[in-house]
Design a protein around this ligand. Structure first.
Ligand code: IPM
Ligand code: MG
Length: 356
């Protein structure tokens, strides 16, 4: 089979981690008899520098016509002073919306070898941690009506509206319940239904969807409590489903408690099998271009691409096993080396590709 992948290396460490991931994908192709064809496109700061716009139309077109998108990271201090809608981060929001990527999967797991890296006490994460955050990605306050009011009693004001339609909640809830069926059969829906009307609709629709999944336990948490429970007792969670903004916040928290954000992949899925895959970490401009970045999050994102978009479970397993082997043989990149000996980005990529 031939698979067409649109590749957005992006900014900062993006191009370095993407390049190692391509090496791993090529190795998978070689071993399993697939061809991956890459089309490189611009987005974020790199696109601003080259074309003056953070998300050129051509990029959107090529992504739409591809089988899947692989993205490194966007943004950096160089573009920080640009106005809100011209910043590199806008490219991400634009891609999500244009490609209909409404479901964002952000698994937060602790790798046995790296359990020490968690900032939580050992007894709290003992026995491992494996949470799937399912974040709604194309609705809510990120994309609601926004504007400014020239004058109010308290001076000029600005607003952003949180609005969810039933169907938006229903489709993300289904993703979460389907995922729970393949895992530990528990969904925690997170909202602020004690205050927000949109959350009351959210909670009602999630409960309706739950009726189709009698084997899955549904629990509803207010977002403040969820944030607290994540550090108090994270092992109680299996799948967390929540709105765009709550998911933005809680997925960062969930990734931080694993202690190794450089390891965590993500998938943003549309209806059908199409998806965009990217590491959870950002562009890390401070270490860009120095062969210090950890490519594992991007490599594991490619494994998610193999599994979810291409339906290549065995190939995805092979990539994940290679990463596990890399760790169990004692290899570390600087971010997870705790000051001990480490290998660079390129060496890590080469080793993992070799272990496939
Ligand atoms: C994320 C990021 C983005 C978001 C930013 C960069 C727009 O924080 O992917 O979580 O808020 O969604
Ligand atoms: Mg975020």
């Amino acid at each position: 089979m031939n698979y067409n992948i649109a590749v957005v290396p992006g900014d900062g460490i993006g191009p370095e981690v993407v390049s190692e991931t391509i090496g791993v994908l090529d190795k998978v192709g070689e071993k399993f008899g697939h061809t991956f064809t890459y089309q490189y496109v611009l987005a974020g700061g790199a696109a601003i520098d080259e074309t003056g716009r953070c998300l050129p139309d051509e990029t959107v077109e090529i992504c739409k016509n591809s089988d899947a998108v692989l993205l490194g990271a966007v943004g950096g201090p160089k573009w920080d002073s640009l106005p809100g809608d011209e910043r590199p981060e806008r490219a991400l929001l634009g891609l999500r919306k244009a490609l209909g990527l409404f479901a964002n999967l952000r698994p937060a797991m602790v790798f046995d070898e790296l359990a020490d890296a968690s900032p939580l006490k050992p007894e709290i994460i003992e026995g491992g941690l494996d949470i799937a955050v399912v974040r709604e990605l194309t609705g809510g306050i990120y994309f609601g009506k926004k504007g400014t009011v020239a004058s109010t009693d308290l001076g000029p004001a600005a607003y952003d509206v949180e609005q969810y339609a039933e169907e938006e909640v229903r489709r993300i809830a289904k993703v979460a319940f389907d995922m729970a069926m393949k895992r530990n059969r528990k969904v925690t829906s997170v909202d602020k239904a004690n205050v927000l009307e949109s959350s009351r609709l959210w909670r009602r629709v999630v409960a309706e969807v739950a009726k189709d999944y009698p084997e899955v336990e549904l629990e509803n948490f207010y977002v403040d409590n969820a944030a607290m429970q994540l550090v108090r007792n994270p092992k109680q969670f299996d799948v967390i489903v929540t709105s765009n903004i709550f998911g933005d916040i809680l997925s960062d928290e969930a990734s931080q408690i694993t202690g190794s954000i450089g390891m965590l992949p993500s998938a943003s899925l549309a209806k059908g099998n199409f998806g965009m895959y990217e590491p959870v970490h950002g562009s890390a401009p401070d270490i860009a271009g120095r062969d210090l970045a950890n490519p594992i999050a991007t490599i594991l994102s490619a494994a998610m691409m193999l599994r979810y978009t291409f339906g290549l479970g065995e190939e995805a397993d092979a990539v994940e096993s290679a990463v596990k082997r890399f760790l169990s043989e004692g290899y570390r990149t600087p971010d997870i080396a705790a000051g001990k000996a480490s290998v660079g980005t390129k060496e890590a990529g080469r080793l993992i590709a070799d272990m496939i």
